[in-house]
Ligand binder design. Structure first.
Ligand SMILES: Cc1cc2nc3c(=O)[nH]c(=O)nc-3n(C[C@H](O)[C@H](O)[C@H](O)COP(=O)(O)OP(=O)(O)OC[C@H]3O[C@@H](n4cnc5c(N)ncnc54)[C@H](O)[C@@H]3O)c2cc1C
Length: 429
């Protein structure tokens, strides 16, 4: 099979057009092409009057044609042998796992990181135990709606904490800028499809799922984990980690204690606690875990009609179902060396409050799969870093976040509604 890159076809083309484009690009006869699958699809909208779909394809040719193509284009990068994208589990436990010397692994946190860790360990037969301080996704959805509708916060079950982790009530964007030479994200995407995500996520260059689908998908992934002998326990907050204390301060992890007082023992613990568990970071620091302060970005969300963005990017093709809702990315490099940029642009969605601590508020963008709400929004943020902006101590970035979140809460009237103003008023100071 050959990976054929950069095959262009007009928007709304039929299958014959794509087949002809493959045949032309490879200089083969039509009957030498046995089949093809789409590896990735994106679009080129630089010319609004002629928007093109760009395909990266895996094509199957008759053997003689494949050999001919490889020889003919050996010096060019647009066609190569297709890479092996299959995922192999690194081990498989015996059926009697755990026997007397073995311990089940424990995973703290059931966000994307914890879910995937648990799923893979379960598929390897290692029967993981997952602990999450938040609630299962149905209860968590109710708790989160209480925040949005009644201004009532549950500090353990909210937009950040609980089954599915911090991205559950979001736009569900599924791409990153990480280079993925081993195609590990294919495994993730394949698991998502198995759990109910649309198959198109395997081939779109910027796939997304939306909130409602994510909710049922994380439940299905949990069901697979438990059906393979794993356990997922909600409302289980880890408060202490234990380890052996050797004279040289080294020491193997031995277990943990929960807020209920219950202790669990294992030498294999995965911390998948995300960005928001500030009390757990403090516990780990007190406990002697090495922690580094990292740069992050702060700012606000800007909201505007989605149609403005669709018209600007797609012109007459605005609203075309293949293109979907348009997105954008902006960046401005300031003279003082800082950069201001758009982040997590959320087409056809809503700005929502996202809080996990009493008396503080942050915002996020959320959308459904259809992305068909009237407005778009994006975070407009500036990069800040420990040396310049929060040098006091290793967790002082959290102090800064808390100060800003409290100020926003006060400004918003004190009931977990985000403060808002018109862009025109902001620009006039
Ligand atoms: C509101 C919001 C929207 C986002 N939207 C997107 C998006 O559209 N696309 C995208 O790619 N990224 C998005 N992100 C970022 C993305 O959610 C995170 O990068 C991702 O969730 C990190 O995954 P994680 O598993 O490492 O941690 P998390 O998802 O944060 O999960 C950590 C879990 O650990 C649990 N936990 C923490 N401490 C303890 C403890 N002491 N004991 C037991 N359990 C504990 C928490 O309850 C939580 O469920 C969004 C983030 C937020 C906050």
């Amino acid at each position: 099979m050959l990976r054929l890159n950069e095959v262009k076809a007009p928007l709304d083309h039929n299958e014959d057009v794509l087949i002809q484009a493959i045949v032309d690009k490879l200089s083969i006869n039509r009957d030498e092409l046995l089949g093809y699958t789409i590896f990735k699809r994106s679009y080129d909208a630089r010319k609004k009057s002629n928007i093109l779909l760009i395909y990266h394809l895996d094509v199957v040719l008759v053997a003689s044609a494949e050999a001919k193509v490889l020889e003919q284009f050996s010096q060019q990068s647009f066609v190569k042998i297709s890479p092996d994208m299959s995922y192999e589990l690194v081990c498989k436990a015996e059926d009697d796992f755990p026997n007397k010397d073995q311990q089940r692994p424990i995973i703290i946190g059931f966000g994307p990181c914890g879910i995937l860790a648990a799923l893979l360990l379960a598929q390897m037969g290692l029967r993981p135990i997952v602990l999450d301080r938040g609630q299962d996704v149905r209860q968590r959805t109710k708790d989160t709606w209480d925040l949005w509708k009644k201004g009532k916060i549950d500090t353990e079950s909210n937009v950040q904490f609980g089954e599915g982790g911090a991205g559950t009530f979001s736009d569900g964007k599924l791409y990153s800028q990480v280079k993925d030479k081993r195609f590990l994200s294919r495994k993730v995407m394949a698991e998502f499809v198995k759990a109910g995500a649309p198959e198109e996520i395997l081939m779109l260059s910027k796939p997304h799922i939306g909130t409602f689908r994510l909710v049922s998908m994380v439940e299905k992934m949990r069901t697979e984990i438990t059906s393979l002998g794993g356990e997922v326990r909600f409302g289980h907050k880890v408060e202490t980690i234990h380890r052996e204390h050797n004279p040289d301060d080294s020491g193997q992890i031995t277990g943990l204690t929960l807020s209920s007082g219950e202790s669990l023992y294992s030498r294999h613990i995965i911390l998948a606690i995300g960005h928001s568990a500030r009390d757990t970071f403090e516990m780990l620091l007190d406990y002697g875990v090495y922690i580094e302060s990292k740069p992050f970005s702060i700012g606000f969300r800007i909201e505007h009609p989605q149609s403005v963005i669709d018209d600007a990017l797609f012109g007459e093709q605005a609203g075309n179902a293949t293109l979907g809702a348009a997105d954008y990315h902006l960046v401005h490099h300031c003279k003082n060396g800082r950069s201001v940029y758009s982040f997590c642009m959320c087409p056809g969605g809503t700005v929502v409050a996202a809080a996990s601590e009493d008396g503080g508020i942050v915002t996020n963008g959320m959308s459904q799969y259809s992305r068909n709400e009237r407005n778009a929004n994006a975070a407009i943020v500036v990069g800040i870093d420990p040396e310049q902006d929060y040098p006091e101590h290793v967790l002082s970035g959290i102090d800064l976040q808390r100060d800003l979140e409290k100020a926003a809460y006060k400004l918003g009237g004190g009931d977990y509604k985000a403060p808002a103003q018109l862009v025109g008023d902001f620009l006039q100071g």
